[in-house]
Ligand binder design. Structure first.
Ligand code: NAD
Ligand code: UGA
Length: 473
């Protein structure tokens, strides 16, 4: 088989950037990224590159070089499937909200509907690549759906697992220079051939020693395990931050000292208000569910703790704010949230700690003023709407949240007349704010709760602020 056209179903945070880099590095192949969302496809096709649906440093420059040359965005899913020899499935796999495994297992609805469509419209052999993060043994299910829905029994589908390891905010660099590329395929002749075709594509820009081929189940499971290990490090250091605050130890010093052990390493040891993002929580919940499914209760309990500590960390910050400002005493207060994205350099706010913190503040009647450099106002309102609807349906609270939430267009406007600022995202621009004028415009006493430890404490104290930093007494 010669690969001339590749289709990617799902034009989200993974599909868009991943195919852009593929298109850049494989100029002799056409890449068609398709989605059911017309709005998203229109945004990917927007002439103004600032209006792409995903903000990632370096992305718009690649889109400028490839779009409408060998990279296309379309809503014509059937046509793209028919044309392509290889199809990436890069659709969302959120946590199930109903049915068996509710709140734990991955919802495979979108993956199944892609497989059904591929099965129905395919008129030649296809290599179907799992790019989405999936529970171990999903490939079995996908194959079954493909075969059930294809009437021509001569057509062969080869399934590969090729999980994505990019992190948002650094996606382009991660795609250009990944630590490794993982490809899982089955051991049959055609399975090996399909694996090799994908290996050859990646070899156009990635050294071959970084391309790891495994069996399909190892590949699926490794993706979940990688995210679980990364999240576990964040929860580990966050749990230690609580001990630091009690004992006078300093979390940054502890983190540095521990990370200098080459066996441990220094990355992913930055204490924070809690990890967010669309994947850590859902992938660990999925791992917990799989462990339980196989009767491995102790394993399930072990990984559940990573999530519990993460919730504990965000709640701990909420409690600190309440105690310092005596918030439960009914006195009306305004609080400024700086940063809504779950980390810097992305416009993604899925599972951001800021959402949960804001919800708790709104619930006790606090006026919340938010500023984020990249997350749009309607997204912020939508996040709050969703979290209230998902976690309770009390109408009184629904009213409170809309009355008391404001989204402002600068850190200065959001902090004006507030009693406290909570830094939720480590955006670089927060480091260079004019803290003197912020102090002058705030209610007194003025607090800064630095949930990312990015501002020099001494500077703030000298200006008159009261401060709280994670992991520092
Ligand atoms: P996303 O929500 O940004 O994008 C998914 C897209 O798929 C959406 O635009 C949706 O409209 C589309 N879609 C759903 N069903 C469809 C269908 N039947 N046909 C066509 N389009 C359909 O999600 P994402 O962040 O890109 O994540 C995709 C997958 O990649 C998930 O499994 C995730 O766990 C995994 N992943 C995400 C990241 C990340 O940084 N976001 C990194 C690595 C892996
Ligand atoms: C993470 C993984 O890093 C990627 O390898 C993986 O592909 C991706 O999930 C996925 O499967 O979706 P991402 O969630 O985009 O990527 O971003 P991370 O850099 O991992 O950060 C996740 C969260 O942890 C952020 O809220 C971040 O602020 C927080 N974090 C990270 C810390 O609090 N401390 C750290 O030391 C590192």
């Amino acid at each position: 088989m010669k690969i001339k056209n590749i289709c990617c179903i799902g034009a989200g945070y993974v599909g868009g950037p991943t195919m852009s880099v593929f298109a850049l590095k494989c100029p002799d192949i056409n890449f068609i990224v398709v989605d059911i969302s017309e709005e998203k496809i229109n945004a990917w096709n927007n002439y103004d590159l600032k209006k792409l649906p995903v903000y990632e440093p370096g992305l718009k420059e690649i889109i400028a070089q490839t779009r409408n040359k060998n990279l296309f965005f379309s809503t014509d899913i059937d046509e793209a499937i028919k044309k392509s020899e290889m199809i990436f499935m890069s659709v969302n796999t959120p946590t199930k909200t109903k049915g068996e495994g509710k709140g734990m297992a991955a919802d495979l609805r979108f993956v199944e509907s892609c497989a059904k469509r591929i099965g129905e419209v395919s008129n030649k052999n296809k290599i179907v690549v799992e790019k989405s993060t999936l529970p171990v043994r999903t490939a079995e299910k996908i194959k079954e759906v493909l075969n059930t829905h294809n009437s021509d029994k001569k057509i062969k589908f080869e399934i590969l697992s090729n999980p994505e390891f990019l992190a948002e905010g650094t996606a382009i660099n991660d795609l250009l220079k990944p630590d490794r590329v993982l490809i899982g395929g089955d051991n049959s002749g055609s399975g090996k051939e399909a694996t090799q075709l994908l290996v050859e594509l990646y070899k156009k820009w990635i050294p071959k020693e970084k391309i790891l081929t495994t069996n399909i189940w190892s590949s699926e499971l490794s993706k979940l395990v990688s995210n679980a290990f990364l999240a576990q490090r964040v929860s580990s250091i966050n749990s230690i931050s609580a001990i630091c605050e009690k004992t006078g130890a300093n979390i940054e010093e502890v983190s540095k000292a521990v990370g200098m052990d080459s066996r441990i390493g220094s990355k992913f040891l930055t204490s924070s208000i809690g990890f967010g993002g669309s994947c850590f929580k859902k992938d660990i919940l999925n791992l917990v569910y799989i462990s339980e499914y196989y009767g491995l209760k102790k394993v399930a309990n072990y990984w559940q703790q990573v999530i519990d500590i993460n919730n504990y960390q965000t709640n701990r910050v909420f409690d600190k704010v309440c105690d310092a400002l005596n918030l439960r005493s009914q006195i009306k207060r305004s609080i400024c949230i700086l940063g809504w994205a779950f980390k810097k350099n992305t416009n993604d706010s899925r599972e951001s700690a800021s959402i949960y913190l804001t919800k708790q503040l709104l619930e006790i009647g606090v006026q919340v003023n938010v500023y984020d450099p990249m997350v749009k106002k309607n997204k912020i309102f939508n996040d709050i709407e969703t979290v209230f609807n998902t976690h309770n349906s009390d109408n009184l609270e629904t009213n409170l949240k809309s009355v008391n939430l404001n989204v402002l267009n600068s850190a200065y406007a959001a902090s004006k007349n507030s009693s406290a600022i909570i830094i939720c995202t480590e955006w670089d621009e927060f480091k260079t704010l004019d803290w003197t004028s912020i102090y002058d415009s705030m209610e007194k006493p003025s607090w800064v709760f630095d949930g990312r430890n990015i501002i020099d404490d001494y500077k703030l104290l000298k200006l008159g602020f009261k401060t709280f930093k994670i992991g520092k007494s």
